[in-house]
Design a binder for this molecule. Structure first.
Ligand code: AMP
Length: 308
């Protein structure tokens, strides 16, 4: 007990490195009727990760966080080697929100054959947007998430809407494979100035950190255009793009304005339809993504999840 507050000090989660041990620990607890919440991550935690864990903590008896930088979702030219890592720091952060188990396998545990011989490919929602620049990406994500869900078994799995297309791919896969998993999407956690939290933000220098605000500013500019009556997807995208292109340190990859459910391209923004505006841009070394959804009501008001 803490001598000052009388509250129990957060206890460090148990670290599990093998599939066998994770399965046996979960089987024990499931035997007594406990429910399992899973939060898949690549580590280097920030408040976005912690919000997922806290949501799982509030709803489930056992909270498992997987902590694995999945090599299958990185192209050879990408930042696998420099992806930020600090396992000790992550463990103490996970302790503050009451995580029970941290599953931290090595590559051989997750991929007994390497290069991987069995992969999962989800068509439809995994096309376009992120796939255009990262064609390998969703096969890597779907494969590792399928493995994690097969290892953990029936559970509620928590994902951030920060990676909106990833969440859509996971939902599709869980439905298509009929997995005994409830997928829950959690809102984007932002810094006070609007920057979406990301492990990769640590690689931004001071100037780039300021420049990175162009992404959330771009989304806000797009929504302003809609509020002023813009109803063409191209017009909305142009408003977002102009804001990002005005920032010399930001190198825009794409702006997409698509249906918020099936992620298909839309020409005209109609009332009553959930829309997604998604952006990717390089700012210095890191490639950052951000998005917001919105829906125009019959009376013309615009409801959005952007709280920048
Ligand atoms: P990552 O470690 O980057 O693979 O992210 C692990 C999970 O945290 C994914 O479901 C992400 O969508 C989610 N996440 C990442 N950043 C944020 C954020 N800023 N707000 C909410 N969730 C996030």
């Amino acid at each position: 007990m803490s001598p000052i507050t009388g509250a129990a000090a957060p206890s460090t989660p148990a670290v599990v490195r093998t599939i066998l041990e994770l399965r046996s620990r979960l089987a024990e607890r499931r035997g007594s009727g406990q429910t399992v919440g899973l939060v898949p991550t690549m580590g280097y935690f920030h408040d976005g990760h912690l919000s997922l864990m806290a949501t799982a903590r509030a709803a489930c008896d056992i909270v498992v966080v997987s902590h694995f930088v999945n090599p299958l979702q990185f192209a050879p030219s990408e930042d696998l080697a420099t992806y930020p890592r600090d396992f000790t720091r992550d463990l103490s952060m996970a302790a503050t929100v009451g995580v029970d188990l941290v599953f931290h396998p090595d590559r051989a545990e997750m991929y007994p054959t390497w290069p991987a011989t069995t992969t999962v490919r989800v068509s439809g929602v995994s096309e376009g947007l992120e796939s255009a620049s990262r064609p390998h990406f969703f096969e890597g994500v779907a494969t590792v998430v399928a493995k994690l869900l097969a290892i953990v078994g029936p559970c509620v799995a928590y994902f951030g809407t920060k990676d909106y297309q990833q969440l859509a791919v996971v939902r599709r896969m869980v439905d298509d494979l009929r997995l005994p998993v409830e997928v829950v999407g959690c809102p984007i956690v932002r810094e006070p100035d609007g920057l979406a939290m990301s492990s990769r933000n640590v690689h931004l220098n001071e100037l780039e950190r300021q420049a990175a605000l162009a992404l959330s500013r771009g989304l806000a500019a797009g929504l302003d255009a809609v509020r002023r009556g813009e109803r063409s997807a191209a017009g909305l995208a142009a408003a977002v793009e102009a804001t990002i292109r005005a920032e010399p340190l930001a190198e825009l990859d794409y702006v997409a304005v698509v249906d918020g459910h099936d992620l298909r391209a839309v020409n005209t923004i109609e009332a009553g339809r959930l829309m997604l505006v998604a952006i990717a841009a390089k700012v210095g070394r890191p490639r950052l993504i951000d998005n917001c959804t919105f829906e125009i009501s019959a009376s013309g008001s615009v409801a959005t999840d952007l709280v920048a």
